[in-house]
Design a protein around this ligand. Sequence first.
Ligand code: AP5
Length: 217
Amino acid sequence: MNIILLGAPGAGKGTQAQRLEQAHGIVQISTGDMLRARKKANDALGRELSSIMAAGNLVPDDLIIRMLGERIEQPDAANGFILDGFPRTVPQAEALQRMLDSKNLKLAGVIELKVDEDALVQRIAGRYSCAKCDAGYHDEYQKPAEAGVCDKCGSTEFKRREDDKPEAVRNRLKVYRDQTAPILPYYRAKGLLETIDGMAPIDEVTQKIEALLKKAG
Ligand code: AP5
């Protein structure tokens, strides 16, 4: 099963992708996580990625399309994947379609999580994750069972993202409106797009996604 999760920054793509990964044994492919890992090399490309991402801009299509193409070739993607953060532009959506066609793969669904902008800003401001295993949390909406201890790996170290600062968030929301929202009609025209109310509590959003996937067979 291959799924795309779409939505503005903070809409809950990563949160839901982690749950789908566990429930269905398919792999979450987050282009944001891939780029953050690549940045750590701190070579010329790493530094270029750092400055683009810290400002909340998109990295060039040709680079991200190549990275994604290599990632879906990996053995852990053979059972299926959840794309979280890709595609983000019309050229990326078209390139993905060519990749899927060449492998004879189909999309089970393209799910848009729709959330008000005010709520997005609040979600991003409160977000943090485990420094060891990357499990996601929120100061208010998704706290670990024991304060200060990761539910998944027991680590007591947490981190916040550089691009979650207010100025970068404002730009990320603008970039979403200008460059990513135009791909919604692309998938609607293919009859693949389903929109879910991402303002609902996390468990409810998961239930709605599961219901859609069941319907899609
Ligand atoms: P990326 O890492 O993909 O970030 P994003 O799309 O901005 O999305 P986020 O990770 O911020 O949000 P999310 O929707 O996953 O929300 P989350 O589940 O964490 O991209 C980062 C950067 O990389 C880009 O700006 C760009 O520079 C580059 N990049 C990446 N892909 C690219 C591409 N394809 N092309 C070009 N450049 C690319 O939830 C947010 C918070 O809300 C969490 O704390 C969570 O606990 C909470 N929450 C979630 N759901 C709910 C709910 N239902 N109710 C209450 N709280 C909730």
